[in-house]
Write a protein that binds this ligand. Sequence first.
Ligand code: GDP
Ligand code: ZN
Length: 311
Amino acid sequence: MDKETIKQARVVKHTGSHYLVSDLPEWKLTKCIVRGKLRLTDSRTTNPIAVGDMVDYELQSDGTGIITKIYPRHNYIIRKSANLSKESHIIAANIDMAYLIVTLICPKTPLPFIDRFLVTCEAYSVPVKIILNKCDLYEEIKESVESFKDLYKSAGYTTIEVSCTTGQNIEILKEECKGKITLFAGISGVGKSTLINTLDSSLNLKTREISEYHLQGKHTTTFYEILPLRSGGFVIDSPGIKGFGLIEMKPEELSHYFPEMLRVLDNCRFAPCTHTHEPDCAVKKAVDEGIIAPERYISYLGMLEEGSKYR
Ligand code: GDP
Ligand code: ZN
């Protein structure tokens, strides 16, 4: 095989039968397929190649490609395919920043969902920030907004307050996205599609009224894709992320992915410590003293409990 025909590129989309790749930041798509052998590299994930993966492909005479190699990932976001299943699904790989879009009303994002997503990011080395969307609606609940921001600030996270309706902080977000591949995640209805459309109206992602959500089929297959922003950078829209599962985590490891717990856990008398029943536990002490938010500790306990189901 002629060396010239081996090319390196980024996987930008996966449909059922093929992958689209492009040598970012250039946006020139090549349709690729995978050799059967490559599919077996990791049997525990349902998709051995994920959006964001760097690959080599052999360019064919008809202009399509055959993927021959996947480069090691520097990070990725993963979720369990189904509850209690041992299989997992890599949502996206090699992400520069994950933005978790949350809303306090219409709909209210559950705190355990937020914490689970943040833990996943910590565990897989994905930098993450919170975007609080629909700030135009929070006039009446200013106190909830402040306590939300305080809760995550004390945990070590940045929250950016935005509104697609008023344009609040949209320019700042555009600047942050330049030169990066960013993932936009969040439960249905928080405004992911609207936000991406606000960053670049030419993308024209489909948005839906909240009232239409029940019309969506439960088992609609969703494919993740990288989209170019006119103002610079690339975004990955991740439609309807539900039920993030934690993958293969030892109970004593979980607290390492809560930044505020990681800061104090060296002072626990026992190592490893699960910060539940152990005496002289620095994490429990920090919760008692109000240094660690009880909401976060409750999320932690919930995740520990849930994790035990998988073992
Ligand atoms: P997705 O499921 O996360 O992609 O959510 P969509 O982008 O489809 O938005 C769901 C609903 O929220 C739509 O009716 C949007 O018009 C609305 N929405 C999105 N952003 C905002 C915002 O900043 N303020 C208000 N008031 N509504 C918003
Ligand atoms: Zn402890």
